[in-house]
Design a protein around this ligand. Structure first.
Ligand code: AMP
Ligand code: MG
Length: 401
């Protein structure tokens, strides 16, 4: 059987960033990955400017810091200075205003006192040339690349893009992700389950996982465990960049998903991975569409999404690192465990001054979604029978990042 990392490598071989599109600087674009290099169309700042309210001075006039200077002008943000600063002179200046010629420093207003006759008493340490000013082009120069391709767009990148006059950019778009739940026993969450029925918890959970991972999810409905019910929904789902199914991939008599995928031209690249929960997971492709068949048990579906689907989505989105990122954490208490496959056990990851600590939560296996609500991480335990000791270090996947 394939190991998790072998299976993850196969997924990455088949996932390519989606072709770039133009997107506006709107909230829906946040978190997307830039598909072009962006250069500045101007020097920033466009003029040498004051970083403080105070007085523009000539540092050579203030070798001792203390001096009385004549105020010859005042300049506020948005104005251009009318007069230069001559020897023995100062210009009152506000934050963001252009520095008058002749001046090479700004003394903050708190270190000054106004005197009669339009004069100012300076009581500062001797100013260094450049004090409290930002020179033209110091932040960036016209034509300089300010954001390289591959940058993840966060609020600060939005700010820089607007500063350089870019209100739309080329990005890898959000992949459209189709979701199908399968099972004769599965009913809508709005319904009261009859005998032998359960609500479709997975549909809503996977919708949220896709959204959190940056995809654009849409739910196609619940397919029954019959070929004629599965076929039309899967055909429709194959129009998406990514199709995720829950249920129907195990070895049961009614597990028809692999058969229908094969019949509709999906090439399976793996079906079964050495892991717990989630062993029956299936991955295939048809053309550019990636297809994941996740086991129906809720925690299996959740874990397989985080281990395989999310990294695929991140690749389509153009991220350099597909994840999931592993951190090393020390076991916070002794923990006995017996398992025949590497196990992704729900856990609480906690950061203390001494580093990362992990507490496995009480958990009854792949059907126990409630246990997973107590967790913010998965701790990876190796196959075997162990009495793991407090302080032993394990790999952990953080879930809420
Ligand atoms: P399957 O993988 O189809 O054999 O399903 C395994 C288990 O997961 C069964 O107990 C199902 O009832 C349960 N299950 C399947 N689909 C869902 C779903 N959409 N929501 C919650 N549980 C499900
Ligand atoms: Mg089923």
């Amino acid at each position: 059987m394939l190991s998790v990392s072998e299976a993850q490598a196969i997924v990455q071989q088949h996932a390519r960033p989606l072709p770039p599109e133009t997107a506006p600087l709107a909230p829906a674009t946040l978190g997307l990955v830039l598909a072009e290099d962006v250069a500045s169309d101007l020097d920033m700042p466009p003029y040498t400017k004051a970083l403080m309210d105070g007085f523009a001075v000539r540092s050579a006039d203030l070798p001792e810091g203390r001096a009385v200077l004549q105020i010859v002008d005042e300049v506020t943000a948005g104005q251009t200075p009318r007069l230069p600063v001559g020897p023995g002179q100062a210009v009152r200046i506000m934050t963001g205003a252009p520095l008058p010629s002749g001046a090479d420093a700004v003394v903050m207003v708190e270190r000054t006192e106004l005197l009669e006759g339009n004069r100012v008493q300076i009581q500062d340490r001797p100013p260094k040339p450049g004090q409290n000013i930002l020179a033209r082009g110091q932040e960036m120069r016209r034509g300089e690349a300010v954001l390289p391709q591959g940058t993840v767009l966060r609020p600060q990148e939005f700010g820089i893009l607007a500063t350089v006059g870019r209100t739309a950019v080329r990005v890898h778009p959000r992949p459209r992700v189709a979701l199908i739940s399968t099972g004769d026993e599965v009913v809508e969450p709005t319904q009261t389950p009859g005998p032998g029925q359960i609500r479709n918890g997975n549909g809503t959970m996977l919708l949220a996982q896709v959204g959190r991972a940056g995809g654009g999810p849409y739910f196609l409905g619940i397919a029954r465990d019959r070929l004629d019910s599965l076929r039309p929904l899967i055909l429709e789902g194959l129009q998406a960049s990514l199709l995720v199914l829950s249920g129907g991939v195990s070895a049961g008599k009614r597990d028809l998903v692999p058969e229908v995928l094969h019949e509709l031209g999906v090439e399976a690249h793996f079906h079964k991975v050495e892991m717990k929960p989630g062993k029956p997971v299936l991955f295939g492709t048809r053309g550019q569409t990636l297809v994941f068949g996740l086991p129906g048990n809720p925690v299996s579906a959740f874990v397989c999404f985080e281990l395989f689907v999310r990294p695929a989505l991140r690749r389509l989105l153009g991220h350099a690192e597909p994840g999931p990122a592993l951190v090393s954490a020390a076991l916070a208490e002794d923990f006995a465990c017996r398992t025949d496959r590497p196990t992704y056990h729900p856990a609480r990851l906690e950061t203390r001054e001494q580093g990362w600590f992990v507490h496995p939560v009480a958990w009854f296996g792949s059907a126990d979604l409630r246990g997973l609500t107590q967790a913010n991480a998965l701790v990876v335990f190796p196959a075997g029978e162990y009495h793991h000791r407090k302080g032993e270090v394990f790999s952990v996947i953080a879930l809420d990042a």
